[in-house]
Design a protein around this ligand. Structure first.
Ligand code: NAD
Length: 335
């Protein structure tokens, strides 16, 4: 089968060519992201392979269907960028990589916390300039702090266990609490309590209609003063305007982002010679207590190898059996 790989980068090509070659798939690596302007590049391919910032909405899916695309293979776990109902109506099957390395993302969230708290990024720059002063680098002990985890799936659970290892008291909110995590000492609470009783809040729920802007003016107002908010999940979980306001009012003490609601126009590209047009993003970058990484939480050797291997297996299953264990069906997806 011919597979058009959108949003391809050098690391994507490398990962697919070093994965086990026990398949007969033929890949075309395409740099553009999938949009209604680029969908026609899929012509002649039965499968397209897409990533987090590619768009497979109704318009794009109809174009893909007309071009002969029968399958979509997501190289990620989140699937908020695919209209599953329309895909089903058009007879296009959708597969994803449900877990390539939950450790990678959980560990990155911890990295953001440590860096925001102890300001490693600023300390590193200072020492390189032979400025050995400690002014402005004062942090706090993580031990004994209260951590709130929103979403205790694969990533949230690992994150919670790591934070327990630091000696934090961990509480969580999830519509489907996990018994094992609760038995390990994590207390499930309602969102209002999590907001008011956490020093650090980390988001690990998927982006759905319900979680869109889950962090907004109202939720920020319920949080304790100087709270640290970490988002390694999906950008639109946070209303950027609300957190900018919270930062200006000193209600939010620290903000760590690996995702941003309008990241599709920015992330994964080298824009160092460009003028950034997104004033909200530009404003976020001006705060000394905001740390942004460009959707790199997943980016470990183990995760990238798993993404390529599982994607190849998913497509091969579809080719062989007409279905895959990692297939997404709208009726089975929790809203
Ligand atoms: P998962 O499906 O294993 O877990 C998600 C959890 O969120 C589930 O327990 C679910 O019950 C819960 N949930 C659903 N709706 C909720 C709600 N309204 N409120 C609270 N909890 C809710 O997913 P995962 O593998 O742990 O991944 C979590 C998210 O991380 C993904 O959806 C994806 O968006 C994001 N992610 C980001 C990166 C990155 O590189 N930054 C990489 C992988 C995944």
């Amino acid at each position: 089968m011919k597979v058009a790989v959108f949003s391809s980068k050098r690391w994507v090509e490398r990962a697919f060519s070093s994965a086990p070659q026990n398949h007969d798939l033929e890949f075309t690596f395409l740099e553009p992201t999938l949009t209604n302007h680029t969908a026609q590049l899929a012509a002649g391919h039965e499968v397209i392979c897409i990533f987090v910032n590619d768009t497979a909405d109704e318009t794009v899916l109809k174009q893909l269907s007309a071009a002969g695309v029968r399958h979509i293979a997501l190289r990620c776990a989140g699937f908020n960028n695919v209209d599953l109902e329309t895909a089903e109506e058009l007879g296009i099957s959708v597969v994803r990589v449900p877990a390539y390395s939950p450790y990678a993302v959980a560990e990155h969230a911890v990295g953001l916390i440590l860096t925001l708290n102890r300001r490693y990024h600023r300390a590193h720059n200072r020492v390189r300039e032979q400025n050995f002063s400690l002014d402005g680098l004062l942090g706090f002990d993580l031990h004994g702090k209260r951590v709130g985890v929103i979403g205790t799936g694969r990533i949230g659970r690992i994150f919670a266990r790591i934070m327990q290892g630091f000696g934090c008291t961990v509480s969580a909110y999830d519509r489907y609490p996990n018994d094992e995590l609760a038995a390990s000492g994590v207390r499930y609470v309602e969102l209002a309590e999590l907001y008011s009783q956490s020093d650090i809040i980390s988001l690990h729920c998927p982006l759905t209609h319900e979680t869109h802007h889950i962090i907004n003016n109202d939720s920020v107002d319920q949080m304790s003063d100087g709270v640290m908010i970490i988002n390694t999940s999906r950008g639109p979980l946070i209303d950027s305007t609300a957190v900018i306001d919270g930062l200006k009012r000193h209600r939010i003490g620290y903000l760590g982002l690996d995702v941003y609601e309008e990241e599709g126009d920015l992330f994964f590209e080298d824009l160092s010679e460009e003028v950034i047009q997104d004033d909200t993003f530009a404003r976020l970058q001006t705060f000394p207590n905001v740390l942004i990484t460009a959707h790199q939480a997943f980016f470990t050797r183990e995760a990238v190898d798993n993404i390529a291997k599982t994607t190849i297996e998913n497509i091969s299953e579809l080719e062989r059996d007409g279905k895959s264990k990692n297939q997404l069906r709208s009726s089975e997806v929790r809203k």
